[in-house]
Design a protein around this ligand. Structure first.
Ligand SMILES: C[S@@+](CC[C@H](N)C(=O)[O-])C[C@H]1O[C@@H](n2cnc3c(N)ncnc32)[C@H](O)[C@@H]1O
Ligand code: SF4
Ligand code: SF4
Length: 480
């Protein structure tokens, strides 16, 4: 019997954990202390007897015992098609043709659909992994802003300037190789508008060849049939923003006439090509009432979608884009909808379930402040690495001057961020709204100029969030 990984299955070792993600089903599993079984499973068909022989060189137990353990570990994965088994290469290859399909999403719940997004930390394995990464910072996710240029000029956008800077293919290739060598798994192409890069196709193919899970963050205005075929070929996951079902409102936000038509047509093109997607609908003053129609549209196509109203200032600390941010009154109305009607939203802090897991001030004082520097890094089109989306004004290294490993392991700024604890923002430790607050370092940094100085707006939103969630629970108790 021969075994091989399905093309949709990705395996990585992180410390004692073997992490396995399947991008067709959008789910993942994790095993502890099982590397000796999984490391022989690759994209090349390997004979079971050979695998058993190799494991035997590491374990002084009988082959039949090893076989029992191997069967019980990989049996369920074979049943789900994550690992392929067959008597010859042909039999295996014919099984490896099935990719993600929207037709299969019919009848699944929203929750099933939303976990397709590889970067969403929803599933148990990723929670365990998250804890492990906090103890042992590990570069799992890399975002490449391959250009700052863009086809749109969105009124809320945090990108400070749309300079025609394009990272060279050679630079991107070098960074991808370094990332892969460090055990990285998820790579995102973003910008600006990444599809404006003349070597976008080559970069995407190279990332896929390096056995990485590819995500593309794009407004899709340049996504023609050829790009759709490329995304399919590279098994890419796409995140796109759609601001309204009213073309005038969407185009008003992007400041580009005809953009709604291009984006919506491309969404439908990608849907027909069975490219998995998530639609994001950032809500601001201009499209305050429109997210429900966008969510309904997405639901009709079985595409995962969510609203989001947390807008950060521009990466160069210019706050003019915040004029478009929802007023507190509008925020309260939206929060009531999100909480009471279970509207999918970007942040888990708006999930009423979080009400009860309150931590003591002592625990809060010692816990890490945020996930920056823990498992993700971004690369700007000018070659600077920075900690997370929007944090461009806090460079931590440069890809033309340093290796990725050197930046990740030795950057003083990354070390500083990793070392920050709850007690570094004393006003938050005793705050009654802490569990309802989506405070984050980059939002502080861009708006106040100091990552440890909280912008008042976020405190007011957290207060509103607590009030809305408490009213929700009071209502539930009254009904019970
Ligand atoms: C900067 S864009 C780059 C990728 C691509 N051009 C796009 O629009 O999807 C990435 C994401 O950031 C979101 N975004 C832009 N400005 C933002 C802001 N000020 N605060 C929060 N998210 C923002 C966009 O809506 C988009 O979903
Ligand atoms: S949000 Fe995306 S599409 Fe809009 S201007 Fe910014 S980079 Fe361009
Ligand atoms: S509401 Fe303000 S003070 Fe309270 S935890 Fe959030 S940022 Fe800190």
């Amino acid at each position: 019997m021969l075994y091989k990984l399905s093309r949709n299955t990705f395996i990585r070792e992180y410390g004692p954990y073997t992490y396995i993600q399947n991008i067709r089903s959008g789910s993942d599993v994790m095993f502890k202390d099982a590397a000796c079984f999984f490391k022989w499973l690759t994209r090349t068909p390997t004979d079971k007897d050979e695998i058993l022989r190799k494991i035997k060189t590491e374990y002084d137990v009988s082959v039949s015992e090893i076989e029992n353990d191997l069967n019980s570990l990989i049996g369920p994965l074979i049943a789900q098609g994550w690992i392929l088994a067959g008597i010859n290469g042909n039999e295996i290859d014919t099984q490896d043709k099935t990719d993600f399909s929207y037709a299969e999403m019919t009848g699944q719940s929203d929750e099933d659909v939303s976990i397709i997004a590889p970067s969403v930390y929803k599933t148990m394995p990723q929670c365990i992994l998250g804890d492990y990464f906090h103890q042992h910072p590990t570069l799992f996710d890399l975002q490449l802003d391959i250009t700052q240029a863009c086809t749109e000029r969105c009124i809320h956008c945090y990108v400070p300037e749309y300079a025609p800077l394009f990272l060279s293919y050679e630079a991107v290739r070098k960074v991808i190789c370094e990332f892969r060598e460090m055990g990285g798994l998820q790579i995102s192409f973003s910008g600006g508008e990444c599809m404006m890069h003349p070597e976008f196709d080559k970069m995407l193919r190279f990332a896929r060849e390096q056995d990485l899970i590819v995500t593309v963050l794009s407004n899709l205005t340049l996504c023609d049939e050829a790009k759709a075929a490329l995304l399919k070929e590279c098994s890419a996951f796409v995140q796109v923003s759609l601001y309204s079902m009213n073309p005038k409102i969407h185009d008003g936000i992007t400041q580009r006439e005809g953009s709604w038509n291009k984006t919506k047509s491309a969404i439908e093109r990608l849907h027909a090509a069975d490219v998995p997607m998530r639609i994001s609908c950032p809500t601001m003053r201009q499209n305050f009432d429109d997210y429900l129609d966008v969510l309904k549209y997405a639901e009709g196509l079985h595409i995962s979608a969510q609203t989001d109203f947390i807008m950060m200032a521009k990466a160069d600390h210019d706050k003019s884009n915040l004029d478009n941010r929802l007023s507190l009154e509008q925020t309260e109305t939206l929060l009531k909808k999100i909480v009471n009607e279970n509207i999918p939203a970007e942040s888990e802090y708006f999930d009423p379930k979080h009400k009860d897991d309150l931590k003591s001030p002592e625990e809060r004082a010692e816990e890490p402040l945020c996930g920056a520097g823990v498992d993700k890094l971004c690369l700007n089109a000018n070659g600077n690495y920075y900690p997370c989306s929007g944090f461009q004004d806090y460079p931590v290294g440069n890809c033309f001057e340093q290796s990725l490993r050197n930046v990740w392991e030795n950057s003083p700024r990354l070390k500083h961020i990793r070392g920050l604890r709850g007690k570094d923002i004393p006003k938050c430790i005793h705050c009654k709204n802490r569990n309802y607050c989506s405070m984050c370092l980059v939002r502080n940094f861009n708006e106040t100029g100091d990552m440890l100085k909280v912008a008042d707006h976020f405190c007011r939103v957290a207060e509103l969030n607590r009030e809305v969630v408490e009213a929700y629970h009071m209502n539930l108790r009254r009904k019970a």
